[in-house]
Design a protein around this ligand. Structure first.
Ligand code: KG4
Ligand code: ZN
Length: 349
């Protein structure tokens, strides 16, 4: 038929995801529809460690990958025989996590005798914008990925042609949220916890640093901000030990921290929009679920006359549906061989 139904698998970090999508069969072009998308989150397993433990992540993926694939197929109302392609994110991520998804994808592609397509997780995060807005053209655009592992700005000429312009020189934005939440005695993952605490706080209570704000380069730093929060907690006399913050102080620290991160993300993105002259902005990654960030980036885009794309929450955080970018790769002839491997780091500079 004219339609290609396919499976996508996500195991780059701490979410095991599977999705079934359907779209125009190449050489026809078009954005696929998401028929089903399921995610098994491992946050409960990593919580007591305050971060993702790679070995635990790998083992949980092994347990969850086949159930998630079964569930995605069941919810889409299709069978294995309906699948005409298997897509999987093979980079970047945790090596031991990535290999679980890739191994499952290879086995299925081989058994079903259908093409295997390996996709870039970060290009996928940005492609989520196109999935969410199938009738609007997202590319060319500035792409901003803000997640637990990445804070990067791209010049995307097309879905498969995203040039990395710059990123963080130390912590990722989501990582800063997680670390500061832990300093404040809030839960894991830290982003949603800080957002909740910040609602009762004053974003101007603490004057936290905004790194590289007046630097022309598209780079970020969040470790100084994290240290500033630590010092604010330490109090005036180290001999007396750390300040035990009142709930009001926690709320003010959370609000002031969140405001500093959001200000920097928005300002650096505005700089890159001006530098490239691009009139569209696509945003992806878990931190894009933050309400204050969404409000301020939308305000900036409106003021600059830039068309903004931010997917709904479920497409911002890690999921397999965004690997639907594989349909564009298949159309471009970019299928993978069965000996394809994973890559932990960024492939491009
Ligand atoms: O994209 P994602 O699900 O996984 C990675 O690829 O890293 O992003 C997870 C990150 C975590 O650091 C989490 O704290 C952060 O996204 N995050 C948030 C919010 N929800 C998730 N950060 C700020 N505000 C939120 N509401
Ligand atoms: Zn991600």
């Amino acid at each position: 038929g004219e339609e290609l139904t396919f499976l996508a698998i996500e195991t780059t970090c701490d979410e095991t995801g599977a999705a079934v999508l359907a779209g125009p069969r190449p050489p026809l072009r078009g954005v696929p529809r998401v028929l089903s998308s399921v995610v098994s989150s491992q946050v409960g397993l990593h919580r007591r460690f305050g971060g993702v433990v790679p070995e635990i992540a790998s083992r949980a993926h092994v347990q969850q990958v086949l159930p998630m694939i079964d569930e995605a197929i069941r919810r889409a109302g299709v069978t294995l025989d309906d699948l005409g392609m298997v897509a999987v994110a093979t980079r970047p991520g945790l090596v031991g996590a990535l290999v679980v998804g890739l191994t499952a994808a290879k086995a299925l592609a081989m058994a079903l005798d259908v093409p295997l397509v390996a996709v870039d997780h970060l290009e996928g995060h940005l492609y989520a914008c196109q999935l969410a807005s199938p009738d609007r053209e997202v590319y060319p655009c500035v792409g901003l990925v803000v997640s637990g592992g990445h804070t990067s700005l791209y010049h995307c000429r097309g879905p498969l042609d995203c040039e990395l312009l710059g990123g963080t020189t130390d912590d990722a934005a989501g990582e800063a949220f997680d670390k500061v939440a832990s300093l404040l005695g809030l839960g894991y993952p830290g982003g949603p916890e800080i957002e909740r605490a910040a609602k009762a706080g004053n974003p101007r209570a603490f004057a936290f640093p905004r790194s590289f704000l007046h630097d022309a380069r598209p780079i970020f730093s969040f470790s100084g901000l994290k240290t500033a929060v630590l010092y604010a907690l330490r109090g005036p006399n180290e001999q007396l030990g750390p300040v035990v913050p009142t709930p009001e102080m926690v709320a003010d620290l959370a609000a002031s921290f969140q405001e500093a991160v959001v200000d920097v993300l928005v300002a650096k993105t505005r700089q890159v929009l001006a530098m490239t002259g691009l009139r569209r902005l696509g945003v992806g990654g878990g931190v894009a679920a933050n309400g204050r960030f969404r409000e301020k980036i939308a305000g900036m885009a409106a003021e600059q006359g830039v068309e903004l794309f931010i997917p709904p929450m479920a497409l911002c955080t890690d999921n397999a549906a965004m690997s639907g970018i594989a349909l564009a790769k298949l159309a471009a002839g970019q299928t993978a061989e069965l000996d394809v491997d994973v890559a932990a780091g960024l492939v491009r500079p």
